[in-house]
Design a protein around this ligand. Structure first.
Ligand SMILES: Cc1ncc(COP(=O)(O)O)c(C=O)c1O
Length: 377
């Protein structure tokens, strides 16, 4: 389908060319990008700070909200140190530039990790090695071939299909001076106690663990952060060009992030709402004959028949007012696949409407191949 720009949106609907669509895309997992308190915080801060701090945080661009969000997020996620950077892409790069300065020359990357991790390793000048997706034994095999310390890099919750990384087992294969970096862009704000992220959800604590995340998805604002022990984080602060020579996220958006973090702490129901949306979506997909994962990620990936059929299904859903994104986003389960995501604002009625519409559309386009949940590759 053509990439038609959005004219306006809220957490579950998108208006394009004068028509409103129910959307099952994106990563606004808690609906915070549209929360009235967050939007108000952004508006208020714009009158105090203007729109851009217009300089690196290390020169004149460090506004109060930057320092505050850096320290609040770091203590919320229970890390020793944190570094707020412009976005999630930069967070991975800053973390690796910091590690490179500590003489880490090898990056061991899950074969299906987010593309930014590979870019970060390359730009930090590290030698890149891939291990089989979700396979700590293969990671251990590759580590055995290295003659100097390395960092293992993986999504915590995989962007394209919601797989969970075997984080504890990966920690288990580290040698004395190795590190594990978890990119928690799709776990933070969603998983763990009050959204503290995937490491919190699986009770992972280690002095060899570094966590990066974006603030543009679950928190609904903008920015990125590197968190972990002081040594690597402070090395990133001191040495990363990606941090030192870039303008931070806009102070109003960072103020919105602070308000979103307050909501995470205060709203006792927000995680219950997303959990309900996830389990209803899972049941709805299964009722349509589509297998799905069994865990708490809000991302579902699957293929339906061949490419031509998938294009027809996407189009037919769209004509009926539903956006079910068909994509070739890198490192996904198939060259082209559906990536459906739900958020805490999706209602039971909306998900049921999705299920009814999907069944109607599938009846119109009988599949030439059985539906494939991402794992059945
Ligand atoms: C796993 C992962 N890491 C990093 C990023 C980059 O984050 P940002 O968009 O804030 O640069 C994304 C997506 O955008 C992502 O999905």
């Amino acid at each position: 389908m053509p990439n038609i720009p959005t004219d306006s949106c809220d957490a579950t609907t998108i208006t394009r060319e004068g028509r409103s669509y129910l959307s099952f895309g994106g990563c606004n997992y808690l609906g915070l990008a549209h929360h009235p308190r967050v939007v108000r915080a952004v508006q208020d801060a714009a009158t105090v700070y203007g729109l851009s701090s217009s300089a690196s945080r290390e020169t004149t661009g460090n506004a109060r909200p930057h320092a505050q969000l850096e320290s609040e997020l770091t203590s919320f996620c229970d890390h020793e140190a944190g570094l707020l950077v412009p976005d999630g892409y930069t967070a991975n790069l800053a973390a690796l530039q910091g590690l490179e300065h500590l003489d880490i020359k090898h990056a061991l990357i899950d074969a299906r990790a987010h593309a930014s991790l590979k870019d970060a390793a390359r730009l930090a000048g590290m030698e890149i090695h891939l291990y089989e997706h979700l396979d700590p034994e293969d990671a251990q095999r590759v580590i055995g071939l290295l003659d100097s310390p390395c960092v293992i890099l993986t999504d915590s919750v995989f962007t394209t299909n919601g797989d969970l990384a075997p984080a504890r087992d990966l920690l288990g294969v580290l040698r004395e001076r190795d590190w594990l970096l978890l990119d928690d862009c799709h776990g933070f704000a969603v998983l763990g106690n009050q959204g503290r992220g995937m490491p919190n959800a699986v009770r992972l604590k280690s002095d060899r663990l570094i966590v990066t995340t974006t603030l543009a998805k679950g928190l609904g604002c903008a920015g990125g952060i590197v968190m972990g022990p002081s040594v690597p984080v402070e090395s990133a602060r001191a040495n990363s060009i990606a941090y030192r020579c870039t303008t931070p996220a806009s102070p109003p958006l960072v103020s919105g992030g602070l308000e979103a973090l307050r909501i995470l702490r205060e709203d006792k129901n927000i995680h219950e709402r997303i959990a309900k949306a996830i389990s209803l979506t899972r049941a709805t997909l299964r009722a349509s004959g589509i297998e799905s994962h069994d865990h708490d990620s809000a991302i579902f990936a699957f293929t339906l028949g061949d490419l031509e059929q998938m294009r027809q299904i996407e189009q037919s859903m769209y004509e009926r007012g539903i956006i079910l994104p068909l994509m070739d986003y890198p490192n996904g389960p198939a060259p082209m696949y559906f990536r459906l995501s739900v958020n805490a604002s999706h209602t039971r009625e909306q998900i049921e409407f999705f299920g009814d519409t999907l069944n109607e559309v599938l009846a119109l386009h009988p599949l030439r191949e059985t539906p494939s949940h991402e794992h059945a590759q």
